[in-house]
Design a protein around this ligand. Structure first.
Ligand SMILES: NC(=O)c1ccc[n+]([C@@H]2O[C@H](COP(=O)([O-])OP(=O)(O)OC[C@H]3O[C@@H](n4cnc5c(N)ncnc54)[C@H](OP(=O)(O)O)[C@@H]3O)[C@@H](O)[C@H]2O)c1
Length: 258
């Protein structure tokens, strides 16, 4: 059933809307403008988000064991290790038996990671590198072998990466992008959910959309709407991937939402 709600939401409301079952899950969280841009004119997503979007962004992080981010986004957005600041979200993690801060897993083939994310922070979560090829050895030497997972030869294979995270007990996987990483994950069929905020602004011109890499030929990847939360013109949407949509033809298989 699709839930449609309007107006500001309390943390408890949001928890009900974004709750997941006990098993492993792979979820993505993105923000887009009305004209499909994943960044503002400054090339960053921070300039197109809002307080309501940030509330969901923080909650989704707090529900996750690990947040997976492509090195392009790490470099562009200046990511450091992840820290749960909000006392209510800290409480939530502790009640769920999670460590205070989620692990940050960086996906890279080049190994070019900024100093900020490489620097250990005792007040924040651990860092994992999901990498491919020769860079695996280089990163193992600097981060330690336990912090590095080899997931392919030329690129990080999404199925291998997700399996490795689950095997480490990191069942709830959240990815915050970016657009090239998301393309690969949709193509590989590892994504269970897409949480998408639509902001009522337009940017114009060219720029990245939420999904930049091709997902291959064949049927479209399809998603089923679970909820739509409207807060001050923003729409916070939760979509669940229709897994068979990439392997079967569309006629009569998944829900038709457009
Ligand atoms: N609107 C939103 O919600 C949102 C979310 C996230 C990011 N963004 C924006 O998106 C822009 C960045 O876009 P992007 O597409 O470059 O981001 P991205 O997907 O995070 O970065 C691409 C880079 O990540 C690594 N990577 C991704 N998938 C890989 C794979 N399968 N195997 C190996 N390496 C992989 C590679 O890093 P190496 O080059 O190190 O090999 C690749 O060059 C930024 O402007 C950011 O602000 C927007």
């Amino acid at each position: 059933m699709v839930t449609l709600l309007a107006g500001p939401r309390s943390l408890d409301d949001l928890l009900r809307q974004y709750a997941v079952g006990p098993g492993p899950v792979v979820r993505a969280n993105f923000v887009t403008t009305l004209d499909g841009h994943a960044t503002g004119g400054d090339g960053l997503s921070g300039s197109i988000n809002s307080a309501a979007d940030k509330q969901v962004f923080d909650l989704l992080r707090a529900l996750a064991d690990v947040v997976v981010v492509g090195a392009g986004t790490i470099r562009a957005e200046g990511y450091g290790r992840l820290r749960t600041e909000d006392p209510a979200l800290l409480e939530l993690r502790r009640a769920a038996g999670r460590p205070d801060h989620p692990v940050l897993a960086v996906v890279t083939a080049s190994g070019e990671l900024p100093e900020k994310v490489l620097t250990p922070d005792p007040e924040a979560g651990d860092l994992l590198a999901l990498c491919a090829g020769a860079v695996t050895e280089e990163l193992s030497a600097s981060l330690g072998p336990d912090a590095v997972i080899a997931c392919g030869t030329d690129s990080v294979e999404p199925t291998t990466a997700v399996r490795a995270l689950h095997e480490r007990g990191l069942g709830h996987v959240l990815t915050e992008g970016g657009p090239h990483l998301l393309g690969g994950w949709v193509r590989a069929g590892v994504l269970d959910e897409l949480c998408l905020t639509v902001r009522p602004v337009v940017v114009g011109g060219t720029g990245p959309r939420i999904l930049e890499a091709p997902i291959g030929s064949g049927p479209l990847a399809r998603f089923e709407l679970r909820h739509a939360l409207a807060v001050e013109g923003d729409l916070m949407l939760r979509y669940v991937a229709v897994k068979e949509s990439r392997t079967r033809h569309q006629s009569g298989t998944g829900p038709h939402l457009n």
